[in-house]
Design a protein around this ligand. Structure first.
Ligand SMILES: [Zn+2]
Length: 139
């Protein structure tokens, strides 16, 4: 682990312990890839995506993207939402002393992905709309 990577050294954190697990120094690598909390969130989202990869591979989801445009948009949206919500939970834990359960964070991420996909669907995307409907549980 690169000590220069520690968030506290660049003034973002006041100490070097991860605020979500309190076990390891808080580094960017730890927060987004190695933390047991983040790993659980990503695992839940990966299961929903049908991409239960080793957690280190959240960015590899993009390398393994195959399928329709909707599917690729969904994976991109999920990666972005995982990064955003991980950082948000880190800040909520740090500044508000509150940490959501990993399942709740995963549900929020999945909700964001569904909203993103629904917003990007055109009326001419009938087949993709049907695919999305299946993904989000609508018939
Ligand atoms: Zn941690």
């Amino acid at each position: 682990m690169n000590t220069k990577d520690k968030l506290f050294k660049i003034g973002i954190s006041t100490d070097d312990k991860c605020v979500t697990c309190a076990r390891e120094p808080e580094t960017i690598d730890h927060l987004f890839f190695d933390c047991c909390y983040s790993r659980e969130v990503v695992k839940l989202v990966g299961d929903w995506l049908g991409m239960p990869l080793p957690i280190r591979d959240i960015l590899d989801w993009r390398l393994n993207m195959r399928g329709s445009k909707v599917r690729i948009d969904m994976i991109n949206a999920a990666v972005n939402a995982c990064i955003y919500h991980t950082w948000r939970q880190r800040n909520t834990s740090r500044f508000e002393m509150h940490l959501l359960r990993p399942q709740k964070v995963a549900d929020n991420i999945i909700g964001d992905v569904k909203l993103k996909l629904k917003g990007s669907m055109g009326k001419d995307d009938f087949c993709e709309q049907a695919f999305l409907n299946r993904l989000i549980g609508r018939q």
